[in-house]
Design a protein around this ligand. Structure first.
Ligand SMILES: [Zn+2]
Ligand SMILES: [Zn+2]
Length: 500
C-alpha cells in the first residue's frame, strides 16, 4: 500500500488556472500481490486530511472489506514504506490491533528499506498518471480515470471517501510503538516489521523485529484491552484556506457545470486573527535567571483575573520569545564600519554650517549635522520658567529648524508640533521668550540592513529618561516613520530620475 503523490483538481492547461491554488486530491492505493487486484481510495482535502487517524481508518476499511469477501484468509502481510504517519505509528498500530481483535486473525506489517525496493503500487500510480493527462475538473473524473486505467487481469476498484464515512477508534490499545524507553534503546525507525496477533488466551499482542533474521520480540508496553468502538472522525466538511477558496471561485468561469456545483460545496476557514503582543527580550547566555517565567509571574501578579485589563493582558495574548543579539563579529564589523564611514564623511563634507551669519547659527556652527536627537529650550524672559522639547530628524538639522521656524511664523501651522503650539500660546499671551537649541545625540535612522531604527529608539529613551515638559506621553508609542521610504509603494519616488 502507498499514497500517490498529490493530484491537483482542477487540472487543465488553461492559462487562467496556471497560478491558482487548487484543491488537493489524495489517492491511497492498495495492491494485492496474490490476486493482482488494485484498490484506490480517493478523497479531496475538503473531505479528509492526511493525518495518521485517517490512514488508520483507510487501512481498517480496506482490510475488513477484503476479509469479509474472503473469509478463509486468516493471515495478512502488509508491505509499505516506512513513512511514519501513514504506516509506522501508534495510531496505525491501534487500528490494526482492532482489526486483529474483530476478525481473529494475524497481521504482519513489513517496511521496505528506503531507496532499495520497488512497490507494485508505484506501477499502479504510473498507469493512473498516464490516464489523467487530460483536463480534469472534479475528483470524480479522477475516479473514472482510475477505473479505466487497467483492463487485465481486472480493473482497479475505486472508492470515494466522504467526510461523513470517516471513523476513528474511541480509545487506544497502546500509547507508543517504540521498542524501548531509554535513550540507548532501539527507536521506531529501527523496526523493520510489526506483528499483530492474538496470544494463547485470546488477548491482542504486538511484536516487533529489528532485523529480518531476528526472532519476534514483544513490545514492553502493556495493551489496554477494553472494548473499543469506531466513532466518527470528521463531523463536517473540512475547511480550506481562504485563498484556495477564492481561487476556486474565480476558476468557476472555465469549469463545466458539474464541477461548478462541487465548488459550491466547499467552505472556507474564517478564523478571527488573534491579537498577540510579543515581548522579545534579548537572549544572553550570561543571564541565569529564567526571564520568561519571571515575566509571566509579573503578568499574573499585576493583572490578576479580576483586573480590568486582564481581558487584554493575559497569558494568551502576550507571548514571549527571545530575540537575537549581535555576536562579537557583528559588533566589531559595525564598529569598524562606523569609524570608516565617519572619516570618509569628514573628508568629503567638511562643511557643517552654511549660515550666512555664523555667530547666529542655531547650533553654534553645526547646523548641517544629520540624523540626530535635538532639544529645544524655551525660556520666558520675564518669568523664571523653562520648557524643554525633544525631537528627532533624519535630515540635516537646518531643514528641521526651518520647518519649526515657519510653524512659529505661519498661523495655519500653529498646531504642527507641541513646540509650535506652546510658542503660539506664548505669543497670544504677549510674552517674550527665547529658544535655544542643542544636539543631544547622533544615531542612525532605520536602514534595511540593520532593520532597526536607533534614532526613534534614542528619542524615546531621552523622553523617558528626563521627561521634557512639552512632549506628550503618547509619543513613546509612536511608530517609526523612517521605514516608510523603503516600502515598495514608495519606490518610484526614490528611484525615478529627478527632472527640473
Ligand atoms: Zn549654521
Ligand atoms: Zn525611526
Amino acid at each position: 500500500m502507498d499514497l500517490e503523490s498529490v493530484l491537483m483538481c482542477p487540472k487543465t492547461k488553461a492559462s487562467a488556472m496556471y497560478y491558482r491554488t487548487k484543491l488537493v486530491v489524495n489517492n491511497m492505493t492498495y495492491f494485492n500481490l496474490k490476486t493482482k487486484e488494485g484498490f484506490c481510495y480517493i478523497f479531496d482535502e475538503s473531505n479528509a486530511d492526511l493525518s495518521s487517524q485517517m490512514f488508520g481508518y483507510l487501512h481498517h476499511i480496506h482490510f475488513s472489506r477484503y476479509l469479509d469477501a474472503n473469509p478463509d484468509v486468516s493471515n495478512v502481510v502488509i508491505w509499505s514504506d516506512g513513512c511514519d504517519y501513514q504506516n509506522k505509528c501508534v495510531t496505525i498500530a491501534n487500528s490494526l490491533l482492532q482489526l486483529v481483535v474483530e476478525k481473529k486473525m494475524l497481521i504482519e506489517q513489513k517496511f521496505l528499506t528506503p531507496g532499495h525496493t520497488q512497490m507494485e503500487c508505484d506501477a499502479m500510480h504510473s498507469l493512473i498518471e498516464r490516464r489523467t493527462k487530460y483536463d480534469i475538473f472534479t475528483p470524480r473524473e479522477y475516479m473514472l480515470a482510475m477505473e479505466i486505467a487497467r483492463e487485465t487481469p481486472s480493473a482497479y476498484k475505486v472508492t470515494e471517501v466522504q467526510f461523513s464515512d470517516t471513523k476513528k477508534l474511541s480509545s487506544d490499545y497502546l500509547k507508543s510503538v517504540r521498542p524501548g524507553k531509554k535513550e540507548s534503546d532501539p527507536k521506531v525507525s529501527d523496526v523493520c516489521a510489526y506483528r499483530y496477533a492474538l496470544n494463547d488466551v485470546g488477548a491482542p499482542q504486538i511484536l516487533y523485529k529489528l532485523d529480518w533474521m531476528d526472532d519476534w520480540h514483544e513490545l514492553p508496553t502493556r495493551l489496554k484491552t477494553d472494548r473499543k468502538r469506531w466513532v466518527s472522525l470528521f463531523t463536517e466538511r473540512l475547511a480550506i484556506t481562504k485563498r484556495k477558496f477564492q481561487d476556486l471561485q474565480d476558476m468557476k468561469s472555465v469549469m463545466p457545470e458539474s464541477a461548478r456545483r462541487q465548488v459550491l460545496l466547499l467552505k472556507t476557514r474564517n478564523r478571527r486573527k488573534r491579537r498577540i503582543t510579543w515581548f522579545n527580550p534579548p537572549y544572553s547566555k550570561n543571564v541565569s535567571s529564567n526571564i520568561g517565567k519571571k515575566f509571566f509571574d509579573l503578568l499574573n501578579s499585576c493583572f490578576p483575573p479580576n483586573h480590568k485589563l486582564h481581558k487584554i493582558i493575559n497569558k494568551n495574548t502576550i507571548k514571549l520569545s527571545y530575540s537575537c543579539t549581535p555576536n562579537i563579529k557583528q559588533i566589531i564589523s559595525s564598529h569598524n564600519k562606523r569609524i570608516i564611514n565617519e572619516s570618509s564623511n569628514k573628508a568629503s563634507t567638511t562643511k557643517l554650517c552654511n549660515c550666512r551669519d555664523k555667530p547666529s547659527c542655531p547650533l553654534q556652527g553645526k547646523c548641517l549635522e544629520q540624523s540626530l536627537v535635538y532639544q529645544a529650550t524655551i525660556s520666558e524672559t520675564n518669568a523664571n520658567k523653562m520648557d524643554t522639547y525633544k525631537g528627532i530628524t533624519e535630515n540635516t538639522f537646518k531643514t528641521r529648524f526651518n520647518q519649526h521656524m515657519s510653524s512659529f511664523r505661519l498661523h495655519h501651522k500653529r498646531s504642527a508640533t507641541a513646540l509650535s503650539k506652546h510658542v503660539w500660546k506664548l505669543k497670544d499671551n504677549k510674552k517674550d521668550f527665547k529658544i535655544s537649541w542643542k544636539i543631544i545625540e547622533k544615531s542612525a535612522a532605520y536602514s534595511t540592513k540593520t532593520k532597526k531604527c536607533n534614532l526613534c529608539l534614542s528619542e524615546k529613551y531621552f523622553i523617558l529618561e528626563k521627561k521634557p515638559t512639552l512632549n506628550k506621553r503618547k509619543e513613546i508609542f509612536s511608530t517609526c516613520m523612517h521605514t516608510r521610504k523603503y516600502l515598495l509603494k514608495n519606490a518610484r519616488n526614490r528611484g525615478a530620475p529627478t527632472t527640473n
